[in-house]
Design a protein around this ligand. Structure first.
Ligand code: ACO
Length: 328
């Protein structure tokens, strides 16, 4: 039996209304616009309003993606939400989105891989379609990361923001996985983790350990070092798996943690700056939401065109990292 390839039929995204500049942050945190911009490229971020939950952001991104993909809720088989900041410890935030969409069939669950969450969720959705277990999957990355920040810790609180992005994955009736790298769809996904590095990036709480939510802790310099090495390796792995080379790439849509990491990855790939989709300057690091937010921006403003080769990649807590190649 020939496995069916999935393709991205549409995308959507949502940012909370409140935009917080570095200047505004520096009124309450011991930092400066100059420090944040020079180390990270971040100029502002969006912060969810009181009472605005991850599921609210996810729902807003979802309805925009469904509309863009001209897909009815009745056609969805599965909802996957990648998030590190669920509304509740359980049930899954995906089930809350399912309820808001008035969807009473199929299944909904969350995936937890921190900043790599969207790549993980995309991989799961793609594999459900390849295996013939689903035809249409809504994949969402959504975070209210501001809720797990220690606002007294200037080395982390300036780096993150809130938001959500979503894509609708569909089985491609015209193409099969055997159609080669020139046919549209998700060509491959590649996931990795190495649990030995837990202490480089983690939250110091949880239901089983402290019965609290906890706050983000990060050894920034070490994470940076691992990010540059791991991302370069997984990008080559994805290209090799499809007999493609670096010059074949049209767009890099990376997880948006730090402009210096993006520049370093692009340089290693021999890509020019204007081939990287950058949102970190306006969104900061929105964890699992950052790739679908960036992808949606570049699709809607016409940069990404049919037939082009797109590389998605991310690294985050775990450590986890991964990549996906997509023929648009
Ligand atoms: N404002 C002003 N000064 C600051 C701030 C701030 N917001 N934060 C730290 N500093 C100071 C430090 O106290 C330190 O001062 P000192 O030299 O007097 O001790 C100095 O700046 C340098 O700090 P470093 O941490 O060494 O700065 P670095 O150049 O490494 O940049 C950064 C820090 C931006 C965090 C960087 O290491 C980084 O981007 N790391 C990677 C983050 C990442 O990729 N995360 C991935 C995924 S995130 C996820 O999965 C949730």
């Amino acid at each position: 039996m020939m496995m069916q390839r999935s393709y991205i039929a549409g995308s959507g995204s949502y940012l909370p209304a409140r935009r917080v500049t570095n200047q505004e942050l520096s009124e309450t945190v011991d930092t400066t616009d100059e420090w944040i911009v020079s180390r990270t490229g971040i100029r502002s971020r969006h912060i969810a309003a009181d009472g605005e939950l991850t599921s609210d952001l996810a729902y807003e991104a979802a309805i925009r993606a469904l509309e863009h993909a001209q897909t009815d809720v009745d056609d969805l088989d599965l909802i996957i939400v990648a998030t590190t900041t669920p509304d509740q410890t359980f049930p899954a935030t995906a089930t809350k989105v399912q309820a808001r969409l008035n969807m009473r069939h199929g299944a909904a669950f969350d995936v937890q891989a921190v900043c790599s969450g969207f790549i993980y969720a995309l991989s799961v959705g793609d594999n459900f379609i390849r295996a013939g277990q689903a035809k249409t999957v809504l994949v969402i990355g959504a975070e209210t990361f501001s809720r797990i920040l220690d606002w007294e810790d200037r080395s982390t609180c300036v780096l993150f923001g809130d938001g959500a992005g979503a894509v609708v994955l569909k089985v491609d009736p015209e193409n099969s996985a055997g159609s080669g790298a020139n046919a549209r769809g998700i060509l491959s996904t590649h996931l990795h983790s190495d649990g030995r590095y837990n202490e480089l990036l983690y939250v110091d709480g949880g239901p089983s350990s402290t019965q609290t939510t906890g706050h983000v802790r990060m050894v920034g310099k070490e994470v940076f070092r691992h990010a540059v090495t791991n991302l370069a390796a997984v990008v080559d792995e994805a290209l090799d798996a499809n007999d493609l080379g670096r010059p074949d790439l049209n767009w890099l849509v990376p997880h948006q943690a730090n402009k210096r990491i993006l520049d370093s990855t692009a340089k290693k790939l021999g890509m020019s700056e204007d081939q990287i989709v950058v949102t970190v300057d306006r969104h900061a690091n929105t964890s699992a939401a950052s790739i679908p937010l960036a992808l949606d921006e570049a699709v809607k403003d016409g940069r990404i065109q049919a037939g082009q080769l797109i590389l998605l990649e991310a690294m985050g807590g775990g450590l986890t990292w991964g990549a996906s190649l997509v023929r648009w």
